[in-house]
Ligand binder design. Structure first.
Ligand code: NAP
Length: 487
């Protein structure tokens, strides 16, 4: 396959970096293959992109929301025609299976369509006044230049779920995608141009997080920043924004539990944990990484989970029939093994997996066995720290109350799932569980694009939700207007 070459996208055109320095991404399924070449941006190019966004902002904000929505609806149509091409590119750069990539591109198609339609409803509210001859209402207005910093694990869905509400509200944008997988952010920028987005409204700068992302966080012209990524980086970015009182939305990692109660359908429970633990190679912020099982059924449940895990087919995401692709990078792969070793040192039992796969033509890729650990205790690192790989830790609880205590015994709270037939316990769990997304008899991954999404505790600043109609709250401000026509 030939390598694709990209520049920054600034003011509606390709922009080569001043120093000419470039970096490449490599196929996680075959590290010999360079997938794309990118401009290694610096703070200077981030400044240039911010300036382009500043210039473009007033005219874009002055358009009606419906006119802006038409661009998004058109982008949805254009994206649909390129679904197969983009899904393949996504798999080659990030590694997930083609089925998973196709689903992710479809998600982006649907998000653009959703916010295109939502544009017809965007506006303020009329509030009854306490005096006659008075009108009291709110106006919804754009913020200005908004920065978006995104991770590699959903390289089209996450940029688009931030971009679409940002643009429909009338903001101009500078996007800095993760260096592991920037291709689709640049393709989306070009596609929005084809859909009629004016020059400079959307800009993409690739390159090192510290220099490009650092500039976006500290530049006073950036009035709001939405970040998705790790807690460590998110905390630093949030502190920079707080210092200058800029609006901040941080969505970060999780340590998501699936609780399996004794009354559960154990086949269903094993299927849900298997899919939520190993789907997307476990590289999802909502992946199940802890299973808390009522002691009386732990053996029966674990047997079922292991049977499915043994049958899972690992391989290149482009190969038909593959269930799980590689880790995204050597660093992530290494990190997964470090977590497994630490768990074994602390007394966990390796029930399946734990090793790199180098046979069967997989020697040039970043493949590992799906891993199940048993005998995990809540105090172990493996039960506390995010792994971000295909590693599931099985823990036991004496009863429902203890299971909830264990599930809540971490400092993050993104997604949580419960498997039970007991409606009362399901409702009590929904009340007591500390998570932003709460599932019952469903996998912990997977979100409805029309519903609010975000974490609690250290998973999020929990200031504004993403996705759904409420996503516009972060990207707009309300003005309250008092109008007296009584005289
Ligand atoms: P990351 O290392 O925190 O990087 C996220 C983004 O921040 C990347 O674009 C990165 O650029 C940039 N960055 C790095 N250093 C920066 C700095 N000093 N200032 C500003 N930006 C900087 O996270 P990741 O490895 O890409 O993604 C995995 C993490 O994302 C996991 O923790 C996962 O749970 C979380 N995640 C959360 C959600 C959610 O919705 N809650 C969704 C998906 C993923 P470079 O790539 O150039 O370093």
């Amino acid at each position: 396959m030939s390598i694709r070459t990209y520049q920054h996208w600034i003011n509606g055109q390709n922009s080569e970096p001043a120093g000419g320095i470039r970096f490449e991404t490599r196929n996680p399924a075959d590290q010999r293959e360079a997938v794309c070449s990118y401009a290694a941006g610096t703070a200077a190019e981030a400044k240039q992109a911010i300036s382009s966004a500043q210039t473009a902002f007033p005219a874009w904000a002055a358009q009606t929301a419906v006119a802006r929505g038409r661009v998004l609806s058109k982008a949805s149509q254009l994206l649909e025609t390129r679904k197969a091409e983009f899904a393949e590119l996504l798999t080659r750069e990030e590694g997930k299976t083609l089925v998973e990539s196709t689903g992710e591109v479809q998600r982006a198609v649907d998000i653009f369509r959703f916010f295109g339609g939502l544009s017809y409803t965007l506006g303020g509210q009329t509030i009854p006044h306490d005096l006659p001859g008075n009108l009291l209402f709110t106006r919804r207005e754009a913020l200005g230049v908004v920065a978006l910093i995104t991770p590699w694990n959903f390289p089209i869905a996450i940029p688009v779920w931030k971009l679409a509400p940002a643009l429909v509200c009338g903001n101009s944008v500078v996007l800095k995608p993760a260096s592991q997988a920037p291709a689709l952010s640049l393709e989306i920028a070009k596609l929005l141009g084809e859909a009629g987005l004016p020059k400079g409204v959307m800009n993409v700068v690739t390159g090192d997080g510290r220099s490009v992302g650092g500039e976006l966080a500290s530049n006073p012209a950036v009035v709001a920043l939405s970040f998705t990524g790790s807690h460590k980086i998110g905390l630093g970015v949030h502190q920079q924004l707080a210092q200058r009182m800029a609006r901040s939305q941080m969505e970060m990692g999780g340590k998501n539990p699936t609780i399996v109660l004794a009354d559960a359908d154990l086949d269903l429970a094993a299927t849900l944990v298997f899919k939520a633990g190993f789907g997307l190679t476990g590289q999802a912020c909502t992946a199940t990484s802890r299973v808390v099982v009522e002691r009386s059924v732990v053996e029966a449940f674990t047997e079922r989970l292991l049977a499915k895990t043994r049958a899972l087919k690992v391989g290149p995401g482009l190969q038909p029939g593959v269930d799980m692709g590689p880790a995204v990078s050597p660093g992530e792969l290494e990190g997964n093994f470090t977590h497994i070793q630490s768990a074994l040192r602390e007394g966990a039992v390796l029930l399946h997996g734990g090793k790199r796969i180098t046979e069967g033509g997989l020697e040039h890729g970043l493949f590992m066995e799906p891993t199940v650990l048993g005998g995990v205790k809540p105090s172990m690192k493996i039960a506390q720290e995010e792994v971000f790989g295909p590693v599931v830790a099985v823990m036991t609880a004496g009863d429902f109350d203890e299971a909830i205590t264990i599930a809540n015994g971490v400092d993050v709270g993104l997604s949580a799932s419960l498997v039970t037939r007991d409606l009362k316990k399901a409702m009590l769990y929904a009340e007591r569980i500390q998570a932003g997304v709460v599932k019952v008899n469903q996998i912990s991954t997977g979100l409805a694009l029309q519903a609010p999404f975000g974490g609690v505790k250290k998973s999020s600043t929990d200031s504004f939700k993403e996705q759904g109609a409420g996503a516009v709250e972060f990207y707009s401000k309300l003005k309250t207007v008092y109008l007296d026509y009584s005289a």
